[in-house]
Design a protein around this ligand. Sequence first.
Ligand code: GH3
Ligand code: MG
Length: 311
Amino acid sequence: MFADPINDNILIVSEQQDAKVQLFRAIEDDGIKTHTAHSVADALSTIREADPLVIVCDHDALNFDATALVREIRQTYPLHHNSILSFTSETSSDTALTLLSAGADEVIDAEISAAELTIRVKNSIERIRMIRHLQQQTRLDPLTGLYNRNMFLELMDKEWSRSERYERPLSLIMVDIDRFKQINDQCGHLVGDQVLIDVATILRNQCRKSESVCRLGGDEFCMLLPETMLAGASNCAERCRTTLQQQTVSENLHNRLLTASFGIAQKDRSMTSARELIQAADGALLRSKSIGRNAVSVAASSSPGDHSGFE
Ligand code: GH3
Ligand code: MG
């Protein structure tokens, strides 16, 4: 539900006036969405933007170094993320070895027929699409479609490092539905499941694209907000809290008010790991529970130089 859709496009990197243009056109004519690039820089920016499943790279091109391009792609994208088909009229095993060890998946003889090339491209598309699909499943919570705990920890590590490196703010909101067990007990587990899905949608709708919403497990969610200070995170949590309690999220709740408690923390100078930020937000969430639930609490900063410490 919230995962990025898997693209189905490919990229062909060749010279502008390539003699093999007819061959490449056959791939397009088969209905495969095709981007083209004529330099290393063009190719890399198209890969960043379009994230193609397959890259067909003409090793015979004179105006760019195709082996260097393959190497550069593999510095960022692992073998299972996209498939590189290197196209060459040099059939010596040395060339093949160089290209394969740079990270190409297949080395294809330039004498190949259009029909065979198209089938090879299609097979690679299918393989990478399946790998990406399976990879997505391991990162998603099957009930809500949000990122799961594993993905949250991965994102958290990445955002923590980015925040350290560029000295950028990073905030975290922990969310836990109030008295969710009672909803399950009184309205049934299917209603409980629907509530989890509805809460996930509400949280997701209150976030920007750059922010991540995850289901940590049970009725506990979290929102990871890069580039956001405590005040911004507080506004976001408050919006979620009020939207939740105003919304009749599930018709089967027997007029029960659905609420959640929120705990917020911003990364500060006293923290030495992502784990400490999670603990700070968890502590604030416990405080919301202890003061009566349906509340937003902010972690007190322990760093005297920080302006983020308020409750
Ligand atoms: P509190 O206000 O203190 O958070 O009370 P609570 O009842 O929400 O807290 P508790 O952690 O005891 O309840 C969470 C419940 O969530 C218990 C568990 O049965 C239920 N639960 C966990 N996963 C699922 C799920 O996938 N679907 C449904 N329907 N219930 C789930
Ligand atoms: Mg709960």
